[in-house]
Design a protein around this ligand. Sequence first.
Ligand SMILES: Nc1nc2c(c(=O)[nH]1)N[C@H]1C(S)=C(S)[C@@H](COP(=O)(O)O)O[C@H]1N2
Ligand SMILES: [Mo]
Length: 160
Amino acid sequence: MKTLLRSWLFLLLSIAAHAAELSVKVGDAEAVKLTAEDLELLPHQTVKAKDHGGQEAEWTGVPLYQVLQHAGFSLGDSLRGVALARYVLVTAADGYRAVYALPELDPRCTDDPVILVDAMNGQALDAKQGPFRMVLPKERRHFRWVRQVVKIEVLTAPAS
Ligand SMILES: Nc1nc2c(c(=O)[nH]1)N[C@H]1C(S)=C(S)[C@@H](COP(=O)(O)O)O[C@H]1N2
Ligand SMILES: [Mo]
């Protein structure tokens, strides 16, 4: 009985740990798994933006290009050639997906950040939003503010 309880507890704990794991996959390379603790070690940025309900909040997280860099993908010296046909696909726990083009992530191209947020108003994100959420403070609509991000992929648009 005790063993059964222990294995149940183990199962529950692994599910909880798994939920907080983010997979970053660059092309055909093996996916890199990131936990909330891994993300905490990366450089963070805080921005102010209104949530979908119009409430102003402070969002803290890691710029998406730096998450990619951590997983071994660099935007490179200049975005041109085949790099311009690459894009980032972000997938949520509920299957919601959104695409971001590389120049949108590059601080040399734009002042509008694209951030993988892990805290709002100094608190870790709740289960509805987090543990990770995309935040684009300058984007007027919120459809790319993907909640519960579980996967980030760098893909290449097929040649036609
Ligand atoms: N995972 C996930 N993220 C999502 C959505 C969704 O359906 N699933 N809807 C998007 C849309 S269309 C909007 S307007 C905002 C709404 O943000 P809120 O749920 O925090 O109000 O979340 C965005 N992020
Ligand atoms: Mo929306």
